[in-house]
Every structure is written in structure tokens, then in C-alpha cells.
Unconditional design. Sequence first.
Length: 258
Amino acid sequence: MGTALLTGLLEAGLSPGQVVIQDPAPSPDIQEYVIREGVRCAPVIADLDKAPTVILVAVKPQIMDSVMPGLAKLAGPNTLTVSIAAGRTIASVERHLPAGAAIIRAMPNTPAAIGAGITVCCANAHVGAAQKAVAEQMLRAVGDVDWIEDEAQMDAVTAVSGSGPAYVFYLVEAMTEAGIAAGLDARLSARLARATVAGSGALLEASSEPAATLRRNVTSPGGTTAAALEVLMADDGLKPLMIAAVAAATERGRELAK
């Protein structure tokens, strides 16, 4: 995700000379990326010429407590820290930084890798309007951005949009298997499922109509789509299953944040 964000920023005009990456064990892909893009990379950033405008923390949440003390030494009084570490609260970042540090917790999703993501952000009380604008400009390089005031909602955000791409990919898997069960060969069924979900997403993005209206537009009374929707929209159909799935992901997020 960090690479996706950086790629979007560089494509949006950020100078490679303004970027320093800390990675103690960069993979061959990252090493190639650093050389290709002309950004600096070091196992540990011991010092900088001046305090950074933004520190972007894009690490696995399990190692955050070991990474933050070193990064905190680089932060100045006007540095904004943006964390995309899943499940890590603003408070868990604050305890590593001086009092009054400006912190934004952000939850992007994997379509950011192609500039089609959505990121939801929550700021602490020390983030000023200018810093919020910087963060939004940075994150808009890889997709849309929205904000919440109540950080407690971030677990539900993660359950819907952070984990959501996996639900869509699983839908493609399920549609593929359903097509095979109906008599299609595996190659054609997979192609139809993949193209249908991708095309429907593009249509949804391009349309100003709500999803329910687009659904009704496809559904002729008494037709094949209506027959399928009777199953999917039954009392024990897709909606209650999705509600249960999002609730399970939300609860797991709360457990991981403890």
C-alpha cells in the first residue's frame, strides 16, 4: 500500500528528491522501484536535513511499536504523521510522539494500487486545516477520500471498504463456480464473471444513479434476473449474510485494536 501511495504521488508531480523511504530489508522489487523512481532508501533514517512535512507510516501493525521510536526522532513540531497501519488507533501512535503531535489515521483499500481506491481518514485535535489539506491531496493521488470525526467508526470502515475488495473478488469466484455448475466451461465462466463485475463497477462509478436504481434497470418483471434476485433478496439471502460478514470484520478490528 505504501508503494501504491508513493507511485500515485510521484505521478501527481511529487519530486523524488522529497522522498526518503525507511526499509531495513527491501525486497528485490522495492530495490528496483527505488532505482527506477530515483527516491532515497535507507535501512534506518538516522537524520534528515530538516524535519519532514509528512511521515507516512505504512507498516504492518505488529511492528509499529518497534518502528515508531526511530521515526519520532525525525518529527518536528510541524510534522504531520499519517498512519495507514490497520487496526492501530490514534492513541497508539500518540504515545510514541511528543505531546501535541498532529496525527491522521487513514484506511485506504487495495484498488489504490490502480488509482481507484477510497481512503477514510480521522484526525486528532492537533491537525490543522492546512495539514488536513496536505493529507487529502496526498491520498487523493490514489483515489477518493472521505473523513470521519469519530474514530470508533474506523473498524466499520475497515470492514466495508478495507476488507471489501475481498468480498467482491469472492463474488467473482462464486459466480464462476455457479456458471460452471450451470454448464459453462471454466474458462468462459471465469471470463464472464470477471468482466461482469468489473464492468458493473465501472458503470456504477460512471452513473449518478444509486445502486438500487441500476439494479432495477436490469430487472425485467418475471424475467431471468428477477428469478435470481428472488433468491439473493430472500430473508436468508445476501443482505443478512453481508451484514453478518461486516459485523464479524468490525468486531475483529476492535479486538485487534486492544
